[in-house]
Design a protein around this ligand. Structure first.
Ligand code: 26V
Length: 832
């Protein structure tokens, strides 16, 4: 091996071109990075910053992805295989360098190549911007699915929007969340390929004209405004680099020439204002999850990317086939929630208006092509759009929606359905509140051949609640697809120490097939294995401790239990339940400081929607509680509380491998699945949780002894809601809870503003919709069982090992395999 010194002569000429592009030896990679630094970044080594080195490295890695990309494209095209189109308004992909390196098997080689140049790969890792083109679970799921589809060689495109600004950067000032723009593209994006030649016109507004063609009406839409959608492609490489798919994100560009008349007449300002309006479509991700945005811009985003994606896939189809009659044999389109549901209507418009297909044929093809995944049952998150807005922005689509709805209701009437309430519930149009609205969930349901939920419980609840009547009519359409996570990122990349131990104990095959994890259960009681795992976890905790100290100034002890709640801040996720328990524990320790307390570090991280006042107040409460607890010498060494700001995918990759306890404490029936629960269990954290979402299935797999379940069931929650039981009574019956509520309410944690939490506490007393008070005592008791197990470290580590061993099923490869078989009807590559 030759070692290049920094500042050595440029190497490009020393190696043949193809070696620089595809060679995988240490020397080839080093030469490739140096050539990229010189000729793509335009820097000499002596002047190169970490960011320059990151760009050079990423570009060298990208070259190694491209060949497989072209090969995959060619194989799919010539083979005539069906493609999957995953349409999602969110892709929370995070950093990509280690995804590519891991899946190409080049991490160690690249580390060595760079170290010969005096460059530290792990430092470069931190320089890559975290692509946060999503809010939370739904967006991260889309990213995991993209990786698994590539791994399983399912030919797929992800379609979404290339937001210039991802999810806001969270700064915590005096305990309050502040939002700052996150311009992840400001230093360039080495992973993407701009495709300015792949651009489609997307219309908005205008009017519809009717013509007679052969005695039948034909409709033509004349939009008043046109925006161009331009493609940007990011290759997504699967495990071992066998297959590479494309994430195609659309960027909005003002149609060209834009109001040239106005420009020539001197109205530059007016013409530019139109340009700004057009390009606003891809400027920013809507930062709310599960709270309605209700903005016109949001609907423009939805139609923009749905229409661009459909034009793209229709064009691809027509390059190969004479017409669209076999579209459903060649394309499966998955709607990630209702955000792209307008695509159902757009496809009908393309088939009927533009391609002259008969309505019934078009509808059959549309239904056979689409599948719809529901990700939430929270009523406030179910999308509806006002009919007048739809009529103004998408006049032809509104006509089509009316016709789809009329035919759908007529058919039901013809089949004998007549109940007014049923007809109202299955209608796409909601009446009431003085305004008609389009129910996007109903539209997506009617337009799809399969509708799925994301955990067994969630799917059952879908059948019983929002889609009860539709399910009764179409009983075979709803099916369950329990979520999963990609083990490449959430085990191999995030936790190399654990991965190394697993490979050592179980063999390399565990990297290809997570079912091998099960064999670990045989060793759960092995003291040597326990000691190794404990040492690895301690290192991960020390690393996280460094991050905590750097970001918050709080010192934590890596030997304490790391108790972790990381997710969006939302009342249904009940971070405030955790905080109330923290206060109760704090009180208990102060009352009896001499007792043998299990030392804990409670870590909270997550963002609140900018407009969600209560969620922001919960962040403030976490910081207020942290200040009081951490400053109190009585609990020193026993309890610490940390709110870690700016939670994102990269921070998750640091926190999850360091977790001992995973908080999954949503009100039962409200968390559709959760996926953080799977990541934490895989990394050996024990779950304390309610019987909600995928927790139920985690419990079934890890066993009752290795999980801490508490609280009301979904059924009991529903019954409580019906009974209207008062929280005041519940609080009065629990002296512990009463003391905590009084402390919060009276300002013990907010001496600078004693009224800060008064309304918040009163709201819990008056209408505790999320049943925080009802579950409090059981939660407190479950936490004490956690303490007891922690004190028996051999038993704790046995349970931890059982968690890692038993959650292989939650691999997103398994989930994608099920979608491929039950919804898309496409084959998958067999495991190695
Ligand atoms: C709704 C809205 C409303 C309009 C503004 C923007 C916006 C963005 C997202 C949503 C829907 C949020 C639904 C969601 O994220 N669901 C989560 O999906 C995860 C993956 O299936 C699942 O694990 C979580 O339990 C579920 O909350």
């Amino acid at each position: 091996m030759t070692t290049q010194q920094p500042g050595a002569a440029l190497p490009a000429a020393a190696q043949p071109d193809d070696d620089l592009r595809t060679g995988n030896s240490v020397e080839a990679l080093r030469g490739a990075v140096m050539a990229k630094l010189a000729y793509a970044v335009g820097k000499v080594q002596a002047d190169a910053s970490d960011r320059d080195w990151f760009l050079a490295t990423a570009l060298a890695v990208r070259d190694r992805v491209v060949q497989g990309w072209q090969r995959s494209y060619h194989t799919t095209n010539t083979g005539g295989t069906k493609r999957v189109y995953y349409m999602s308004l969110e892709f929370l992909i995070g950093r990509l360098m280690f995804d590519a390196l891991t899946n190409l098997g080049l991490t160690d080689t690249m580390r060595e190549a760079l170290s010969g140049l005096g460059v530290d790969l792990d430092k470069l890792r931190e320089v890559e911007p975290d692509a946060a083109l999503g809010n939370g679970g739904l967006g991260r799921l889309a990213a995991c699915f993209m990786e698994s589809m590539a791994t399983l060689a399912v030919p797929a495109y992800g379609y979404g929007i290339r937001y210039e600004n991802g999810l806001f950067r969270q700064v915590v000032k005096d305990g309050w969340q502040q939002e700052y723009p996150e311009n992840w593209l400001s230093f360039g994006n080495p992973w993407e390929f701009a495709r300015p030649e792949i651009a489609y016109d997307i219309g908005f507004g205008g009017h519809v004209e009717t013509h007679q063609v052969d005695g039948a009406p034909r409709y033509e839409w004349f939009p008043s405004e046109t925006v161009e959608a331009v493609a940007y492609d990011t290759p997504v490489v699967g495990w071992r680099g066998h297959h590479v798919n494309t994430l195609r994100l659309w960027s909005a560009r003002a149609g060209d020439p834009l109001r040239l008349d106005a420009f020539n007449e001197g109205d530059h300002v007016g013409a530019m204002a139109d340009r700004v309006k057009a390009e606003a479509i891809s400027k920013v991700l809507y930062p709310s999850d599960a709270t309605p945005a209700g903005q016109e811009l949001r609907l423009r985003q939805e139609y923009f990317f749905a229409a661009a994606s459909l034009q793209d896939l229709v064009r691809r189809h027509l390059k190969k086939y004479p017409d669209l009659s076999n579209l459903a044999d060649q394309a499966a389109i998955q709607l990630n929630d209702t955000h792209p549901a307008i695509a159902v209507v757009e496809l009908m418009r393309l088939l009927v208006d533009l391609h002259g297909m008969a309505w019934d044929d078009a509808w059959r093809i549309t239904q056979a092509t689409f599948g719809y995944t529901n990700h939430t049952l929270l009523p406030e998150a179910l999308e509806t759009w006002p009919v007048p807005l739809m009529e103004r922005m998408l006049p032809r689509h509104m006509q089509i929606i009316y016709l789809v709805n009329a035919l759908h209701l007529d058919k039901l009437r013809a089949e004998g359905h007549s109940d007014v309430d049923v007809m109202r519930s299955v209608s796409i149009i909601a009446e009431g509140w003085g305004q008609q609205r389009v129910k996007m969930g109903t539209l997506a349901f009617i337009g799809s051949h399969r509708i799925n939920g994301v955990s067994a419980l969630h799917t059952d609840l879908m059948r019983q609640t929002v889609f009860r009547d539709l399910n009764a009519i179409y009983p075979d359409r709803i099916n369950n697809k329990t979520n999963g996570i990609t083990f490449r990122r959430w085990l191999m990349e995030a936790n190399p120490a654990l991965t190394a131990i697993l490979v050592d104990v179980l063999g390399k095959a565990v990297l290809d097939d997570p079912s091998h994890l099960e064999k670990l259960a045989q060793h759960a009681g092995d003291p040597a294995l326990q000691a190794r795992l404990k040492a690895a976890k301690r290192d991960n905790k020390a690393t996280l401790g460094g991050i905590i100290a750097a970001r918050t100034g709080i010192q934590v002890d890596p030997d304490a239990m790391f108790d972790i709640q990381i997710k969006r801040i939302h009342e249904y996720k009940r971070q405030h339940l955790n905080l109330l328990e923290t206060i109760a524990l704090y009180n208990a320790i102060r009352a009896e400081p001499w007792r043998d307390w299990a030392p804990r570090v409670k870590v909270f991280a997550g963002k609140a929607a900018a407009s969600y006042h209560t969620a922001k107040l919960i962040i403030k409460l976490a910081n207020d509680v942290a200040r009081v607890v951490n400053d109190d010498p009585t609990v020193r060494g026993k309890l610490k509380v940390v709110f870690l700001p700016n939670y994102n995918v990269s921070l998750a990759e640091r926190i999850i491998p360091a977790a001992d306890l995973s908080e999954q404490i949503s009100t039962a029936g409200m968390e559709a699945s959760g996926t953080g629960n799977m990541k934490l269990a895989l990394n050996g954290a024990l779950t304390i949780g309610t019987l909600d979402g995928a927790n139920v299935e985690i419990k079934e797999r890890v066993g009752d002894d290795n999980i801490f379940i508490f609280g009301l069931t979904a059924e009991e929650v529903a019954a409580r809601h019906r009974s209207g039981l008062s929280a005041r009574e519940t609080i009065a019956n629990s002296p512990r809870l009463a003391e905590v509520m009084e402390a919060v309410s009276s300002g013990v944690f907010s001496p600078d503003d004693t009224d800060r939490y008064r309304d918040f506490a009163n709201a819990l007393r008056d209408h505790d919709h999320f049943l925080v008070t009802a579950d409090f005592d059981d939660y407190y008791a479950a936490q004490r069982r956690v303490d007891a197990l922690w004190r028996d470290q051999a038993a704790w580590w046995r349970a931890s090992i059982m968690n890692t061993a038993r959650v292989g099923w939650f691999s997103s490869d398994r989930t994608i395999g099920e979608y491929a078989r039950d919804i898309w009807d496409v084959p998958v590559r067999a495991a190695e």
